[in-house]
Ligand binder design. Structure first.
Ligand code: AMP
Length: 191
């Protein structure tokens, strides 16, 4: 199974991704986590990404695309993967499509988590308090939501045109949303 999770910051992608990856025995590739890991280790990639992340902006496409292509070339991604936080722009989605076409392994589905903007702001404020993420302060949160609306939301029609887009209502408990998502994916897997 090859999946992409789509949804604004705070929609619960990361939490759901862990459950889905476990359930289907596929690799969970979270670009934000990879960047944070690199920032923590002080690598070149981390230094390149940090300034953008701290401002709530997207890291430039060429940096992210190269990183994801490398990751998907690793052996554990051969039998399936779940992308969480990538693609976030149309050029990223196009690059992914080309790579997967070359491997003759197209995406199976793109799952979009739907949450209202009010709910998102409340969740992101909560996460800032719990996790102390430096990119979760109010101004940065607002910027990240604008980045989502302007650069990432166009992916919804990109994938809808390809017949890959599926919606999950992401309001409710983590368990409720997991249940809805797994139900959808099992149905897709057997159809
Ligand atoms: P996330 O944890 O997915 O919300 O990502 C945290 C931050 O990492 C984002 O606000 C961006 O600065 C950066 N980032 C993660 N994934 C991408 C991506 N696909 N394209 C550009 N920037 C990204």
């Amino acid at each position: 199974m090859r999946l992409v999770l789509l949804g604004p910051p705070g929609a619960g992608k990361g939490t759901q991704a862990t459950t889905i990856a476990e359930e289907f025995g596929i690799v969970h590739v979270a670009t934000g986590d990879i960047f944070r890991g690199n920032v923590g280790q002080g690598t070149d990639l981390g230094m390149q990404a940090k300034a953008y992340m701290d401002r709530g902006e997207l890291v430039p496409d060429q940096v992210v695309i190269a990183m994801v292509i490398d990751r998907l070339a690793e052996p554990d991604a051969a039998s399936g993967f779940l992308l969480d936080g990538f693609p976030r722009t149309v050029p990223q989605a196009e690059a992914l499509e080309v790579v997967l076409q070359e491997r003759d392994q197209p995406l199976d589905a793109v799952v979009r988590f739907n949450v209202s903007e009010e709910e998102l702001l409340a969740r992101l404020e909560g996460r800032r308090e719990e996790e102390g993420r430096t990119d979760d302060d109010s101004e940065v949160i607002r910027k990240r939501l604008v980045e989502y609306r302007t650069k990432t939301a166009p992916l919804e029609s990109f994938y809808a045109e390809r017949g890959l887009l599926h919606d999950v209502d992401a309001i409710g408990t983590v368990e409720e949303v997991s249940e809805r998502t797994l139900k959808l994916l099992r149905r897709l897997g057997t159809s």
